[in-house]
Design a protein around this ligand. Structure first.
Ligand code: SF4
Ligand code: SF4
Length: 277
């Protein structure tokens, strides 16, 4: 089972919860850090890194000696990633979605597929946690191909926890739609509620079953509870505001170490989600 841990915005405690859940479950678990633009679960898992692999994606390259400037490639590209002016044809890799349409349509064979490095994947382990993390190269704009590659490391039959990119755009959709169920992490604030609503809207379109986790709860009667009750969304986890958690975080330790009572709640989450499938 693949569980996405996602949120409508950054800073809600998504990585904290992903790592805490990985430590809490008493079985072999794979943690995939798919927040490839800013992966930081390694700070808390502290894995022994066993291997690194470079990840590339296909992009078109122009052979100007063969290009006639017909402009077919520019017309077929939905992302304006290739332009043809006179006899000069240019590809803007940062806009390219690697669909290959321009290569297929080019009548002269002037476009060839080349491999562009976009990032790397690290794999390692700590105790029962198998750790896999994608890291996008500096300056790269296209994270979905690297997210998809990282997702290929999911356990085929065991439990996989996916630390997803924040927000509700393409990276979030790429990671969440590959999972069986999701936890949307938020905070009990007006901003938290606003961004949770966006994440809920998106995940309902994707058809992925989900529940909510609320971080830094100070008052039981918080607006997230009211919203979830009104929308019929299961409230899976509530993490109380606790100075010890902030201190553990600043030391790069998982919050389980200072909030052992949380382990039982987190252990129950995969079963609760499984019951929703
Ligand atoms: S389709 Fe091929 S030949 Fe035509 S402009 Fe593009 S690269 Fe050049
Ligand atoms: S591969 Fe697709 S997205 Fe990239 S330049 Fe060609 S048509 Fe555009």
């Amino acid at each position: 089972m693949k569980i996405a841990v996602a949120s409508g915005k950054g800073g809600t405690g998504k990585t904290t919860l992903s790592c805490a859940m990985a430590f809490a479950v008493q079985e072999e678990v794979t943690l995939l850090d798919c927040d490839v633009e800013e992966p930081n679960s390694h700070f808390f898992i502290r894995p022994e890194i066993e291997s690194r692999e470079q990840v590339c994606r296909p992009v078109p390259a122009v052979d100007s000696a063969v290009c006639t400037g017909c402009g077919e490639c520019a017309r077929v590209c939905r992302f304006n990633a290739v332009v043809s002016v006179g006899k000069k044809t240019l590809v803007f890799n940062e806009l390219c979605h690697s669909c290959g349409a321009c290569i297929r349509i080019c009548p002269t064979g002037a476009l060839k597929e080349i491999e562009e490095p976009i990032g790397q994947i690290e794999t390692g382990r700590r105790d029962h946690v198998r750790f896999v993390s994608g890291r996008l190269d500096v300056g790269q704009a296209m994270s979905p191909p690297l997210i998809r590659k990282t997702l290929e490391h999911a356990s085929p039959d065991g439990l996989t926890i996916v630390d997803c990119p924040p927000g509700t755009s393409c990276p979030y959709v790429t990671a969440v739609k590959a999972c069986d169920a999701a936890i949307l992490v938020t905070e009990p604030t007006p901003f938290g509620l606003h961004d949770l609503k966006l994440a809920v809207e998106t995940i309902r379109d994707l058809g992925v079953p989900f529940g909510v986790a609320v971080n830094r709860v100070t008052d039981e009667a918080h607006p997230i509870r009211t919203y979830c009750e009104a929308e019929g969304i299961p409230l899976l986890v509530e993490v109380p505001e606790d100075r010890r958690a902030a201190e553990a975080y600043s030391r790069g330790e998982s919050i389980n170490s200072v909030m052992p009572g949380l382990n039982e709640t987190l252990r129950a989450v995969p079963e609760k989600l499984k019951a929703m499938l």
